[in-house]
Design a protein. Structure first.
Length: 163
């Protein structure tokens, strides 16, 4: 029994942000109804995302985490959209990558989700800010801002979505 449990935990660690829990898109909470910022207001979105970075920048990566004791990439995106924009998103990267409308990389604007293929089955997500910068959770450095033109991210860019 211990071996089976160890194997299950090992597999969960390998899939990281690409876990795929069920999501009901019809689910809405009072929190999502009380929007705090409008995604159409680019300056406001950038300000909110910069503040989110300031508030979370010392938080380390933790698979499945959703608090300041640890958070994963899809958790940060989920929590940011929910608390800062009043939008209920799926919790997993897989389902987040299906939300909203596809947008070309050249047409990105603040608040768009950016997705990366970081392994054969692993996916990563962040929120676009401006000038190529995006907010995300690095597995080695925690919550941070990176740039799409960084060779690592440029070679792994997959798609973008706009809500």
């Amino acid at each position: 029994m211990y071996r089976i449990l160890s194997a299950i935990v090992g597999v969960m660690l390998l899939i990281s942000c690409s876990s795929t829990p069920r999501y009901d898109s019809a689910t809405a909470t009072q929190e999502s109804v009380n929007s705090r910022a409008e995604l159409q207001n680019i300056n406001q979105v950038i300000q909110v995302l910069n503040q989110q970075h300031t508030d979370w920048r010392h938080v380390k990566y933790r698979m499945g985490g959703l608090s300041k004791s640890g958070i994963d990439c899809s958790g940060l995106v989920y929590k940011t959209y929910r608390t800062k924009f009043g939008i209920d998103l799926p919790r997993s990267t897989e389902y987040q990558s299906q939300a909203g409308q596809a947008v070309k990389k050249a047409q990105l604007k603040a608040g768009d989700m950016v997705f990366f293929k970081t392994g054969i089955t692993r996916r990563h997500v962040g929120i676009y800010m401006e000038e190529g910068d995006f907010l995300h959770v690095s597995s080695s450095r925690g919550v941070k801002i990176s740039n799409l033109e960084n060779p690592y991210w440029r070679s792994r860019y997959w798609t973008s979505r706009r809500l």
